[in-house]
Design a protein around this ligand. Structure first.
Ligand SMILES: NC(=O)c1ccc[n+]([C@@H]2O[C@H](COP(=O)([O-])OP(=O)(O)OC[C@H]3O[C@@H](n4cnc5c(N)ncnc54)[C@H](O)[C@@H]3O)[C@@H](O)[C@H]2O)c1
Length: 153
């Protein structure tokens, strides 16, 4: 049986989006080689030169100018959302509805009540990442988890 693979995309090719693009590229080297293959599929940015240049620099297969193209792409499994904060909610909801795994830059939403509603979208219950995020948000353990992971034993 062939090894599973994960197709990744980044929406937003500004300062932080390029860091995500680089992160996916180096993940197999930084973490374990037994991880599934990471396919660098697409970079999307409304400003086409940013999308094209970032895709070329970091070795992604294609550039897109709309985030909708990422949501609709069958070869993409996981998506980083790295655009301005006010765009996060609309894009994340559409990606979750399309069955993607989503990593959204902070803040998830500028109004915490709206952020709380996000993970309850239809397909979020099928996403382990969204379920975990919802649980950590509602219990307030996100910060505690991070702190305990960093504390020396
Ligand atoms: N975790 C961190 O340390 C950290 C650091 C910086 C920024 N951020 C977060 O990252 C996000 C992006 O910040 P940035 O500094 O990279 O911003 P930026 O302005 O440099 O980049 C945003 C990019 O999004 C593109 N864009 C705008 N509308 C779009 C659309 N509808 N579809 C596709 N692309 C679109 C813009 O053309 C631009 O290239 C913000 O949420 C910010 O809070 C996090």
């Amino acid at each position: 049986m062939s090894q599973p693979s994960i197709g990744v995309a980044v929406i937003g090719a500004g300062m932080a989006g390029r860091a995500h693009a680089s992160g996916y590229r180096s993940a197999p080297a930084v973490f374990a080689t037994e991880l599934p293959e990471v396919r660098l599929v697409a970079i999307a940015d409304a400003h086409e030169p940013f999308a094209v240049d970032t895709a070329r620099r970091y070795g992604y297969q294609r550039a897109e100018t709309s985030w909708q193209a990422i949501a609709e792409a069958a070869d993409i499994d996981a998506v980083s959302v790295v655009v301005a904060n006010d765009l996060h909610r609309e894009i994340v909801e559409a990606l979750l509805d399309a069955g993607k795994h989503v990593l959204c830059e902070k803040p998830l939403r500028s109004v915490s009540r709206s952020a709380g509603r996000l993970p309850s979208t239809r397909s979020a219950s099928r996403s382990p990442g969204a379920s975990s995020g919802r649980s950590r948000t509602s219990t307030g353990t996100t910060g505690a988890t991070t702190a305990s992971a960093l504390m020396p034993r």
